[in-house]
Design a protein around this ligand. Sequence first.
Ligand code: SF4
Length: 290
Amino acid sequence: MHFVDAKSILSSSCGMNVYRGCTHGCIYCDSRSRCYQFTHPFEDIEVKQNAPELLDAALAKRRRVCMIQTGAMSDPYMHCETSLRLTRRCLEVIDRRGFGAAVLTKSDRVLEDIDLLARINKRARAVLQMTLTTFDDRLCRIVEPKVCPTSKRLETLGRFARSGIDTAVWITPILPFINDTEENLLGLLDGCRAAGVKAVLFPGAGVTLRDGDRDYFYAALDDHFPELRERYEKTYGLAYEVMSPDSERLTRLFVSECKRLGLDGYTDFGKFFDFIAKMPGDAGEQLSFF
Ligand code: SF4
């Protein structure tokens, strides 16, 4: 990893990434696509060492509180967080300034901050979001090899739900001919129900592939599913959106199962993001900080 002083940390939509690059090794990772113009190897994490100070200054200028979201481009709980604690220091700033926090991660390391997130939740709101792609831990260790498996993530979600913190799950991406099965979807939804997950997103069964990301994914197919590369190339060519032939059927199943299990199911990113970004007492308007 290497350290930089960033110029800014918070986007206009209240998103932040304290790290750039990621060490979880997901075989389908969009963040490693060439369009993001990494000038260093993806696993050589860029650490924005001044993130807490930048965040503090940015929040001081905001007139309205909002949910500060982290985890869109890089997991905030990679291995390096254990020693650096930069995500935690940013959460401390968020707590002190009275803002909300929505964390998206695949790692059970977020449990180290459960007390802090519970405090943020009391004063404003906290949401834990986790990505789950396969109910089968053995498959999970292939497609997301350097982060804890689905079973651990479900345990983590359960711990947060029992602490009164809203939890949300992204069931995406779904890899055609690998995890695009009814059994997988039903297993994941049942796991979410048992863990007390509040909201679940399933934006169709598919994955996005583009330059950089596609090469990495195909190399992983060669290693683990050698018969699939040719099938992908023939079926999808250089398509960006790579949808399972079963996507529509799985989406209908998702909707009916969510109803049956009492989960708030979303197939639309916009409405799901509205749920994540909502502050207490918010009917579309954000609470005034003053
Ligand atoms: S956790 Fe996210 S950013 Fe990290 S490798 Fe996996 S998909 Fe990429």
